[in-house]
Design a binder for this molecule. Sequence first.
Ligand SMILES: [Zn+2]
Length: 380
Amino acid sequence: MSHRRPLSGNDVFKALRTEHTIVMAVNVRMTRGITRGIMRSAKDNDAPVIFEIARSESDLSGGYTGMTPKDYYDEVVKAAHEADHDIFVVHADHISIKKGDAEDLDGTKKLIAAQIEAGFTSYAIDASHLFDFKGRDLREELKDNIRCTSEIAHFIKDRMGNRTYGLEVEVGEIGKTDATGRVLTRPEEAVAFLSALSDNGVHPDLLAIANGSAHGNTFDDQGKIIPQVSIDIPQTKAVARAIKEAGFPVAIAQHGITGTPRETINLHFPKGDILKGNVGTHWQNIFYDVIKVYEPDLYDEMWKWTLSTYGPKNPGKPEEMVFGKNCKNAFKPFKGRMAKLGKDTELAMEAMAYAESNLYLKAFSAQGAASKVRSYMESR
Ligand SMILES: [Zn+2]
């Protein structure tokens, strides 16, 4: 068993740019068995896999999972070593910039410096919240997003020196709604954004767009989890086509896949146009499903903590929904307990994560894609 290091995201995305495949990106929150199960599944399917973590989940003070970037990196590399898997990336998901002032950008750079120091090999700058509704044209509407994304992209480039890395940028806030429903990114908006970045010397691999998905589980009025069928596939294809026609070698990063039926992904997603598919909450659902049976006392305590903390802020909402939307915040206060899960609990999580990962990798047409990355890297 050799020691494993993550690949540059840029190498993986470049290797697969013309392939009919989606690279699975997973957010795993403090759950060793799940990390292992996914890594083993990637190995057995000869698939690349991206382990990612967002700023809200992991920052210098731990985020809502209680993990620093180094904690996360170390867990992933350990799992890769144990599974003897070589084609994986450690990606900083949603490096969110919400205000865009000097203080915000300064804090963002401190986080990125720590992610680079830890060994992350891919970065997603998300300044999509910065949108000027009073702008006279697209460039004006996107001005702050363009400014912040460019400044942070140059910071990453300078800090990475001669190492390559993956770069994802975002236009259109994911899951945002207005009076007419989910707000979708228009093709011309994607092109205007990429053109402006290109003028500033910023050349991303991936663009995240708003195309009808939302983060987390989807609930009905009673608070029951239901499938998510809101991703607008024709709109996604239209955006991908416009980007290609404008001459940018940039693919789409699909966020918020949890809940989308695998058969829909398998048969209808434009694989290749969508090159990176983010699955986050699904793994958290497995965690809770397993402890519900294997560690009912812990589940009960996490349930009560979540309800007593978030119930009063959500009057009249079904308990299932309040729990489902906020149980992610229970990871940090229960961090100590989660490090001491029973061996059989971890094994059950690993087995479930392995099987579920197999289904995603099949639906993403990712089997065998790791070999394509290997041959690309040998041929350079
Ligand atoms: Zn996302």
